[in-house]
Write a protein that binds this ligand. Structure first.
Ligand code: PMP
Ligand code: GLN
Length: 400
C-alpha cells in the first residue's frame, strides 16, 4: 500500500482511532460480529434484534417509498415526525416540546451525540464527564472534539455510581455531563438520587447534560425517568433517543435530539454539515411507530424482560456470576468464576469453546481502568427465544 504522510492523519490518529498500522481499528461490535460470521457461533455480541419490529412501521416505510418520499427531507426532519416525537414526549413523560424549535431528527442517536459534542465543546480545557464503562462512540467523539474525558466508575454488580465520586468528577471545567440511562453495556437504570445529583452538579458548575436514552422503552419493572423531567434540568439538557431499539430497526438510523431551542439550534448548526439529512422514507415510518398504542410499548419491555430472564438463567447454569439488568438489551457476567482472567481472550475463545459470541466489557473502558473490568463480559438478550435457548444449551459446555 502507498505510504500516506503521517501529518495527514493527525486528527484520526490523535483521537486514537487508528490501529498501529494506520488502518482504522474496527469497533468491538464489528470485530465480534465478524467472528460470529466466520465461526458460525451464535451472535450474542452486537446489540441488534434478529427479528422484525411492528408490521405497521415496516409497511409505512414501504408505502413512503412507493409514494415517492425519496428525496432530501427538510433539515430538521419531516414536520410530522417532529410532531410525533413531541407527542411521544408529552404522552410518556409530560414534557411539552415545541416541535418546530425543540426537536431535531438525526442519523441515529450516534449522529445526535456526535453533533452535540462537537457543537458544545470549545477546546482542550473542556472536560466531559462520563460514566465508565461507556458506549464506544462517546470517547471517540470527545477525542475528535479535542476535549478531555473524565470518568466516574460504575462497579459490578449493580453499576450505580458512587455520589461522592460523581461530585469529585464534576468541576467548573466540566462542559458536559454525558449520561446514558438505561445504560449500555451494564443494563443499569440510574436511581432518582443519581439523576438529581447530576442536575444539582450541572447547575452548580454550569454544565450541559447530554443524555442518551435509546433504551427508554426497555426497562424491567421500573418506568423510565428522563433526566429532563427533573426540576431545573430542562433548560440545560439535551435528550437523545432513536427508533432503532424501540422498533427493532437499528439499520434505519432515525434518531432525534430535543431540548431548549438555542441548544438544539447549536446542534443543528453542526449536524447539517455531517449528514445534512437522512432516511426520508423511514422518517414517516418511525412517526407511525411513535404513535403506536401503549400496549406495544408495554409489550416490547415485557418480551425483553422474559428474554433477559431466559438468558440470565442460561448464563447462571453455565457457571457465570450474573448481574441483574434493570433495562437495555444487555446482561453482564463475571467470567472469573469460570477461570477467566482477561475478558478479551475469553470472548475470542468463546466461539470455539461454546459456539457463542459475546463482548468483553474492557471494550467500553479506557486503558487505565481495564484491569477493574478484566473479567466482565456482556451478552445481548435481544434475540429470538429459540436462539437464546440454543445459546444457553451451548454455554453449558463451559460448566463441564
Ligand atoms: N447509544 C447507545 C447507548 C447505544 O447502545 C447505541 C446503539 N446500540 C447507540 C447510541 C446508537 O444508536 P443509533 O443506532 O440510533 O445511532
Ligand atoms: N449499540 C450496539 C451495541 O452496543 C452496537 C452498535 C454498533 O455496532 N455501533 O451492541
Amino acid at each position: 500500500m502507498q505510504d500516506i504522510p503521517g501529518a495527514w492523519l493527525r486528527t484520526a490518529r490523535g483521537a486514537g482511532l487508528l490501529g498501529p498500522n494506520g488502518s482504522p481499528a474496527p469497533t468491538i461490535f464489528a470485530e465480534m460480529s465478524a467472528l460470529a460470521a466466520r465461526t458460525g457461533a451464535i451472535n450474542l455480541g452486537q446489540g441488534f434484534p434478529d427479528e422484525d419490529g411492528p408490521a405497521a412501521v415496516l409497511e409505512a416505510a414501504r408505502e413512503a417509498i412507493a409514494q415517492g418520499v425519496n428525496q432530501y427531507p427538510p433539515g430538521r426532519g419531516f414536520p410530522d415526525l417532529l410532531a410525533a416525537v413531541a407527542e411521544h414526549q408529552a404522552r410518556f413523560y409530560g414534557l411539552r416540546l415545541d416541535p418546530e424549535r425543540d426537536i431535531l431528527i438525526t442519523a441515529g442517536a450516534t449522529e445526535a451525540l456526535a453533533s452535540a459534542l462537537l457543537a458544545l465543546i470549545d477546546g482542550t480545557d473542556d472536560e466531559v464527564v462520563v460514566f465508565e464503562p461507556y458506549y464506544d462512540s462517546y470517547a471517540a467523539c470527545v477525542a475528535l472534539a479535542g476535549a478531555r474525558l473524565v470518568t466516574v466508575p460504575l462497579r459490578w454488580p449493580d453499576f450505580q455510581p458512587d455520589l461522592d465520586e460523581l461530585r469529585r468528577a464534576v468541576t467548573d471545567r466540566t462542559r458536559i455531563i454525558l449520561v446514558n440511562d438505561p445504560h449500555n453495556p451494564t443494563g443499569a437504570v440510574f436511581g432518582r438520587d443519581v439523576l438529581e445529583e447530576i442536575v444539582r452538579l450541572a447547575e452548580r458548575h454550569d454544565a450541559v447534560i447530554v443524555t442518551d436514552e435509546v433504551y427508554e422503552h426497555l426497562t424491567f419493572g421500573t418506568t423510565h425517568t428522563p433526566i429532563a423531567t427533573l426540576p431545573g434540568a430542562w433548560e440545560r439538557t439535551l435528550t437523545i433517543s432513536s427508533g432503532g431499539k424501540t422498533f427493532s430497526t437499528t439499520g434505519w438510523k432515525i434518531g432525534w435530539i430535543s431540548g431548549p431551542a438555542p441548544l438544539v439550534d447549536a446542534v443543528l448548526a453542526v449536524k447539517q454539515f455531517l449528514t445534512y439529512v437522512n432516511g426520508a422514507p423511514f422518517q414517516p415510518a418511525i412517526a407511525t411507530g411513535l404513535r403506536l398504542p401503549d400496549a406495544f410499548f408495554d409489550g416490547i419491555a415485557a418480551t425483553l424482560q422474559h428474554k433477559r430472564d431466559l438468558l440470565g438463567a442460561g448464563l447462571c447454569a453455565a457457571g457465570f456470576d450474573v448481574s441483574e439488568p434493570q433495562g437495555s438489551y444487555f446482561t453482564v457476567v463475571d467470567a472469573a468464576t469460570l477461570g477467566a482472567t482477561d475478558a478479551g481472550d475469553f470472548c475470542r475463545a468463546l466461539p470455539s469453546r461454546a459456539g457463542v459470541v459475546a463482548i468483553p466489557l474492557t471494550a467500553f473502558v479506557g486503558p487505565e481502568h481495564r484491569q477493574d473490568y478484566a473479567t466482565l463480559v456482556r451478552f445481548a438478550a435481544c434475540k429470538r427465544v429459540k436462539v437464546l435457548e440454543d445459546a444457553a444449551s451451548r454455554l453449558l459446555a463451559l460448566a463441564d
